[in-house]
Design a protein around this ligand. Structure first.
Ligand SMILES: *[C@@H]1O[C@H](CO)[C@@H](O)[C@H](O)[C@H]1NC(C)=O
Length: 472
């Protein structure tokens, strides 16, 4: 282009290579400057706890060219920074750049901070993902797999761990995993998983194209998840947004999620494994969630709920283009419970079902499940719900002989799409009340004028955790 249409002579070409060499040399020098930029500037951020030490990924040999693996740099950073865990903790800064990495694990009293132009690129090489055991409350993978790939960012037995940034990006590059999802011997990895951890914050990040679930906190407590933008193709398999699993005291706030599976799914273990482990998910707040899930639901409870799910408060939800609104899934053999669940102020548009409950979601870990382990579903409350362009308002199926009880629906206004079903409420083996519901609820939900379904107004412990302004 520079030379127009001229045909270059050999001398010109060799002159050109000298020019190229000089340009390259200059670029290399510039790389040195880039290295300087890898240093941490000063910035402020909000966190559960601030840190007294900070370092940049480049201090540990990190290279942000999108090609060099940074798995070792991350692990070296953790090894080095762990020495500050008892003296104010540490922050690892990920500078602008594309940082290719395999799975790595975090440490306690630690903050991973992504600059707004930092992109963590997940390796597409299976060897960069260690295989770990299935969780004890599950026993097996969905298709009987005995092991699973460790998540990209992993932590176990941690206290005080923060993953945040200035809307930096974690790109799971999940397409290769989605393609081979059926042929894998181990369960696909999550993007972020924290197990047996407490005081966790995950905030202000872009999460893209996770191989499977985006965020999976398990057997953990005191968790704040805030200000995330989670995006995966709407046909990508199992790319759930946030799946708290046997967790206590958790707040999910101000998140935007578009994905191929549920935006948020609460879980607590599977059949006899989950019953034996016996750890519920409880004290959950989900608020100001914007969601689109054309294949699945805005919020799902279950189907793995064998340790129980209780005290869940959901409010101020906006959705468009979602298959279902709230979905409760369970089956005989699960045991456990789903109780004291509260929804209010949901505004939804373009959907198949607003409310779905099924007592026959029959996927089992194996044949060893207890055929007499009946789940309890009780005290489920929905109020101040508006949904537009809906095909069917509610399909509620309890379990014969073990009905779902204490359902409450008040001030629910559903307007139908042009292709709506004739029957809008289909109920079996459920009981409860309704009030101010349009279209009118089924006969099993007796119409009680002027009932307002309950929504708790006490304050959960996680609400008392105030983020501090921290400076680097
Ligand atoms: C019914 O719900 C709508 C939508 O949330 C709300 O604007 C309205 O105030 C509610 N009505 C009553 C009587 O609470």
């Amino acid at each position: 282009m520079w030379f127009g249409n001229r045909i270059l002579s050999t001398t010109q070409l060799s002159k050109m290579s000298i020019v190229v060499a000089i340009v390259l040399a200059l670029l290399t020098t510039n790389n040195g400057v880039e290295g300087q930029q890898g240093k941490i500037g000063s910035f402020e951020y909000m966190a559960m706890s601030c840190r007294s030490h900070s370092a940049s990924l480049t201090d540990f040999g990190g290279v942000g060219d999108g090609r060099t693996s940074n798995t070792k740099a991350f692990q070296a950073a953790m090894n080095s920074l762990s020495r500050f865990s008892s003296s104010g903790g540490s922050l690892l800064f990920v500078p602008p750049g594309k940082w290719l990495t395999g799975s790595f694990s975090l440490i306690s009293h630690f903050t991973l901070y992504l600059h707004k132009d930092a992109v963590l690129l997940a390796s597409q090489n299976e060897n960069d993902w260690p295989i770990i055991k299935q969780l004890p409350s599950y026993g097996k993978g969905k298709n009987g797999e005995i092991g699973r790939f460790r998540s990209l960012i992993y932590g176990t037995n941690l206290n005080d761990v923060i993953i945040t940034g200035d809307m930096g990006t974690i790109n799971g590059q999940g397409d290769i995993w989605w393609k081979k999802s059926k042929s894998l011997r181990y369960t696909r990895p999550c993007l972020i998983e924290l197990v047996y951890s407490t005081n966790v914050q995950i905030s202000r990040l872009n999460l893209l194209n996770s191989p499977s679930w985006n965020i999976h906190p398990v057997y953990s407590s005191n968790i704040i998840i805030q200000g995330l933008r989670i995006i995966a193709p709407i046909n990508s398999p199992n790319t759930d947004g946030i799946d708290p699993d046997s967790c206590t005291n958790i707040k999910i706030e101000d998140c935007f999620i578009v994905s191929g599976d549920d935006c948020v799914s609460l879980k607590s273990g599977w059949d006899q494994y989950g019953i034996a482990f016996g750890m519920p998910t409880k004290q959950v707040i989900i608020r100001r969630l914007t969601c689109s899930s054309p294949q699945q639901a805005v919020i799902t409870l279950g189907s793995e709920m064998s340790g129980g799910i209780e005290d869940v408060r959901v409010e101020d939800i906006v959705t468009t283009n979602t298959k279902s609104g709230v979905r409760i899934k369970t089956t005989v053999g699960r045991g456990g419970f789903v109780k004291d669940i509260y929804f209010r102020r949901m505004n939804m548009k373009y959907m198949r079902h607003v409310l779905l409950m099924t007592g026959d979601y029959s996927t089992h870990a194996d044949h060893g499940y207890d055929h007499k382990a009946f789940p309890l579903v009780h005290n489920i409350n929905y109020r101040d719900i508006v949904a537009q362009s809906v095909r069917m308002t509610a399909q509620l199926d309890g379990i014969s002989g073990h009905p779902f009880t204490g359902m409450c629906f008040s001030n629910v206004t559903v307007s139908l799409s042009a292709i709506a079903e004739k029957v809008q409420w289909n109920c079996l083996d459920v009981s409860g009340v309704s009030s101010g519901v349009v279209p009118k609820a089924c006969g099993l939900l007796s119409d009680q004028q002027k009932t307002t379904c309950y929504f708790p107004n006490d304050v959960l412990p996680i609400e008392k955790v105030v983020l501090k302004k921290c400076y680097v």
